[in-house]
Design a protein around this ligand. Structure first.
Ligand SMILES: Nc1nc2c(ncn2[C@@H]2O[C@H](COP(=O)(O)OP(=O)(O)OP(=O)(O)O)[C@@H](O)[C@H]2O)c(=O)[nH]1
Ligand SMILES: [Mg+2]
Length: 292
């Protein structure tokens, strides 16, 4: 068999299960998944290696109406993925049939193949699935429509086969031995902490917070990591810390557990909360936080 390689870019609205799908396909929890919308903020490449192929998946932020400059940067990251793909996977969820005219016409106008994936089929019955398939077929006319469940790993083997059918014959783009992502350990550490924040705090807090790793000292036994948690206002800092620091302590404990599982050794994590006034609309800070 000839070797196939290519870039498969995954787009869709917030919360439809894009990151769940990427993680399930590569068999590793790289991308943060939570029940809250707008979990993913950056484009993340996740690489699936096999003797006969290499697929470079890109997980992306959900497409929504921007309320802050932060969202505009997130959408820029989605925009890139329309143009540098060999294949685009548009992910929807079974019970949502809405799409903006602008996005629909962009998807119809792609010059690479488009698959529409109807995720979360476990949430409805056969007739709902059939109706959704017909709807997306009429609207977007993709080369393939596949109902599946990322959470229950249902139909993912079929998806993989269809992807390989359309990928070009090409050598691997990334070293197969040691690369599963284009992102650094530091990036994943900050994402893991943001994931715990999304779970542990309510309302606007997770959306007002950015996490940066300021120092990462590796040693064979233990990694020592200094982390800044940036929030948009003074009142949020108090909530992040909690009564006598109880909330931040809980955040630290849970983050450490997950980071240790990720790096495969002990970790010492120092969390500091800092107010970065309205960082979501501050070009300089957005740049520092990696939104180019
Ligand atoms: N019932 C069901 N839930 C699912 C399925 N796939 C994902 N989910 C859930 O949907 C929620 C959102 O999943 P994510 O993978 O974070 O969604 P996303 O599209 O990456 O979201 P953003 O990063 O915010 O754009 C989580 O609670 C998942 O567990 C599925 O097949 N069935
Ligand atoms: Mg996501």
């Amino acid at each position: 068999m000839e070797h196939k390689s290519g870039f498969v870019n995954i787009i869709g609205k917030p919360n439809v299960g894009k990151s769940t799908l990427v993680n399930a396909l590569i068999g590793q929890d790289l991308s943060v998944v939570t029940p809250k919308a707008q979990t993913t903020r950056h484009r993340i490449k996740a690489i699936l290696n096999h003797d006969d192929y290499q697929i470079v998946f890109s997980d992306t932020p959900g497409i929504m109406k921007p309320a802050y400059k932060l969202h505009e940067r997130m959408l820029d990251a989605v925009e890139e993925t329309f143009t540098d793909a060999d294949l685009v996977l548009y992910v929807t969820e079974l019970n949502d049939r809405t799409i903006s005219d602008e996005l629909a016409s962009k998807l119809r106008g792609l010059n690479v193949p488009l698959f529409v994936l109807i995720n979360k089929v476990d949430t409805g019955d056969q007739s709902a699935v059939e109706a959704a398939v017909q709807h997306w077929k009429d609207l977007l006319d993709p080369v393939c429509i596949l109902p599946l469940s990322a959470l229950h790993k249902f139909q993912l083997d079929v998806l993989l086969r269809y992807i390989l059918d359309v990928l070009p014959v090409a050598p691997a783009y990334f070293d197969k031995d040691d690369e599963v992502s284009d992102r650094s350990v530091r990036f994943f550490v900050s994402e893991i902490i943001r994931g715990v924040i999304l779970q542990q705090y309510q309302k606007e807090i997770p959306y007002s917070v950015e996490v940066t790793v300021e120092e990462y000292k590796e040693s064979p036994e233990i990694d020592r990591i200094k982390v800044l948690i940036h929030c948009a206002r003074e009142t949020q800092k108090a909530i992040l810390l909690g009564h006598r620091g109880s909330a931040i302590k809980k955040l630290g404990t849970e983050s450490r557990k997950r980071i240790e599982a990720f790096i495969g050794k002990h970790a010492y994590i120092e969390l500091t909360v800092k107010v970065a006034d309205d960082w979501r609309d501050n070009d300089r800070l957005l740049k520092r936080f990696g939104y180019e």
